[in-house]
Design a protein around this ligand. Structure first.
Ligand SMILES: [Zn+2]
Length: 260
């Protein structure tokens, strides 16, 4: 069986709720009904849900299928996602930026986060303030990772050993720092299948509002041609980022997507 991770962000109840989100969040917001259909598709394809906890390489052979991950910390995780995870008996990692919990009213509260953890959701760090980590100084980077880890461990009374990089931005320095601070596994937005669930660096497939059922089927069946096309597109974007710089790239990206 295949091994891969899907990356989600927000799951809303209605189109109105989606329109109330920030412009840059809307492409990543699925309706609860769409998310439910995707879980059903995973089942239809006879795939299992992977365990969200870090396994060692021996247990790895048992742990195959689809790993569900959710980035940022939006409160819709608790209201829309959690009941569906329970219905489908699926494990998940919820990567949260504590700084956003404090500044945004539509993100999970400390109590809600603890509730998710108590319900079996694995809580991971998404750094403190959701800044792109390669733009930060070494000391800022350390604070982003260490403080978020400490806050989340304290809120959930559980170890936090997994990290996902805000905006999928990382380099060798971010990997080394995560390792030094005791993280066991980090998730990028690089596209690819999971080679081994115990690998330190893990790729993911971003699921957007416009990810169609045929497209998801290609992802879930490990379609080699589709994978290659997606990886090529991702590499071109990464190259553009390295040429223009992370912040300029995002400005350009928004400009082009607005006009197209
Ligand atoms: Zn994020």
């Amino acid at each position: 069986m295949i091994q891969l991770a899907l990356m989600y962000h927000i799951v809303v109840r209605s189109q109105e709720e989606r329109r109330a989100l920030l412009n840059e969040e809307q492409p990543y917001a699925l309706l609860a009904s769409e998310f439910e259909q995707q879980l059903a598709l995973i089942k239809q394809l006879s795939l299992s849900f992977m365990s969200a906890t870090v396994t060692d390489s021996e247990e790895d052979t048992e742990n195959k299928g689809v790993l569900l991950t959710f980035d940022d910390g939006h409160a819709s995780f608790m209201h829309q996602v959690l009941p569906l995870l329970q219905q489908f008996n699926a494990s998940a990692i919820f990567f949260v930026s504590p700084g956003l919990m404090k500044s945004r009213t539509d993100f999970v509260s400390r109590q809600q986060l603890r509730h998710c953890s108590e319900q079996g959701v694995v809580i991971g760090s998404h750094a403190w303030s959701h800044q792109f980590l390669p733009d930060l100084s070494e000391s800022q980077l350390k604070i982003e990772l260490a403080d978020s880890k400490m806050f989340l461990e304290d809120a959930c009374s559980a170890p936090v050993t997994q990290l996902s990089f805000p905006g999928g931005r990382y380099g060798k320095r971010e990997i080394d720092m995560a390792m030094n601070l005791g993280f066991k596994r980090v998730f990028t937005s690089d596209i690819g299948l999971i080679a081994s669930a115990s690998d330190f660096i893990q790729p993911r497939f971003a699921i957007r509002q416009n990810t169609s059922a045929p497209e998801l089927t290609k992802i879930l069946s490990g379609d080699a041609h589709y994978l290659k096309m997606q990886q090529r597109e991702h590499q071109i974007k990464a190259l553009a980022r390295s040429v223009f710089g992370h912040r300029n790239y995002d400005r350009l990206y928004r400009l082009f997507t607005k006009n197209s």
